[in-house]
Design a protein around this ligand. Structure first.
Ligand code: CA
Length: 235
């Protein structure tokens, strides 16, 4: 680690790789180049670290025990915390089929093992540079609902919906997945970060408040019995 780089401006890279030697090698080389690194050795742990630490870039091995890299990637993209995090995929399989599948799925780059640490570093730097040039959209619209992610303001048509930050997060999460029912477990996990649903009353309490604030449009958030909630885009 370069001691001249203060930790707060160091970019954080998550390495999801089940082979300890490779994880170690990648981590060592990135640290030496001034990055801070975190590692996870399977897909589930990788998702947990990605959502709790919100890294600047993820290096994702495709052949992982349990949940494979493609499945992990899909979940990363579906979650607002990681939907835009650049991902470099790693694989031992040299087939072009995997490469195409990876790039089509939206991976930012792809490396086939064995790769040189230098190549990995160059790719990492170039992907990070590219992503820094692309400003992330701060507004999200779903029917007449609009969200400003910077100011955490939500509007229904021209009317401001005065949401707390957690209510904003909850409604945005549902809006970004509108038309698809979201389970209570997913909502608790993604909005509050709970892995258990012992606090599931919290969800209902917040939803009640959100609906109240939506006034005449309260019905856009539907209760899906036995599942959770679903937002129908308000027209
Ligand atoms: Ca592997």
């Amino acid at each position: 680690m370069d001691e001249n780089i203060p930790e707060r401006i160091m970019q954080k890279i998550l390495i999801v790789e089940d082979e300890p030697d490779i994880a170690e090698l990648v981590s060592f080389n990135l640290q030496r180049a001034g990055f801070s690194t975190i590692t996870a050795h399977d897909g589930i742990a990788g998702l947990d670290r990605a959502w709790s630490e919100e890294p600047d870039l993820i290096i994702l091995d495709l052949m992982l025990p349990g949940k494979d890299g493609f499945a992990v990637f899909k979940e990363l993209r579906r979650d607002s915390r990681t939907s835009r995090t650049p991902v470099i995929m790693l694989t031992a399989r040299a087939q072009t089929e995997d490469r195409i599948k990876g790039l089509e799925a939206g991976a930012d780059d792809y490396l086939t093992k064995p790769f040189s640490p230098k190549e990995l570093l160059l790719r990492t730097q170039s992907v990070l540079r590219r992503s820094a040039d692309t400003p992330s959209p701060t507004r999200y619209a779903c029917g007449k609902l609009t969200f400003d992610k910077n100011s955490l303001k939500c509007f229904l048509g021209k009317e401001r919906v005065d949401l707390t930050s957690i209510e904003f997060k909850l409604l945005l999460y549902l809006a970004e997945r509108s038309g698809t029912p979201q389970s209570r477990g997913d909502l608790l996990r993604h909005v509050w970060g709970y892995s258990e649903d012992i606090y599931s009353r919290t969800l209902d309490t917040h939803m009640k408040r959100v609906r109240k604030k939506l006034g005449d449009d309260a019905g856009i958030v539907e209760t899906v019995r036995g599942v959770g909630y679903c937002l129908r885009p308000p027209s």
